[in-house]
Design a protein around this ligand. Sequence first.
Ligand code: THU
Length: 134
Amino acid sequence: MDAKELMKIARKARQNAYAPYSHFAVGAALLAESGRVYTGCNIENASYGLTCCAERNAIFAAVGAGERRFKMLAVAADSPEPVAPCGACRQVIAEFGIPIVVMGNLKEAIKTMSAEELLPYGFGQESMNNKGEK
Ligand code: THU
């Protein structure tokens, strides 16, 4: 599975977006080390702040299915430039150390970055003096 194939799956997942407020549909596809691919789309709410982005929905679906290790995440929207994950999603991407994030739109444009490039000097488990333990 290469970046282009994963992007195709993200574009398809975008078709399920529930975005009656922003009308901005986003799709994501996450390749786990197991070889399985998990998808997500943005799901909005009349209480706007409850909206969850495509990327987090894909990551949470995968983690909820028992996955912990990932190879690559693709995200797609109908944007002029490849769509960049929001700050909250970058934090979640960093939590699971997803090494490659492929951003795209509905055209051929594709941009690739690492989790570290997307969220430099981020907060993580190692930032806590108890390393996340009690
Ligand atoms: N959105 C995503 O799903 N992913 C992104 O990377 C950027 C933003 C969603 C949230 C909201 O439903 C809509 O796009 C507009 O912000």
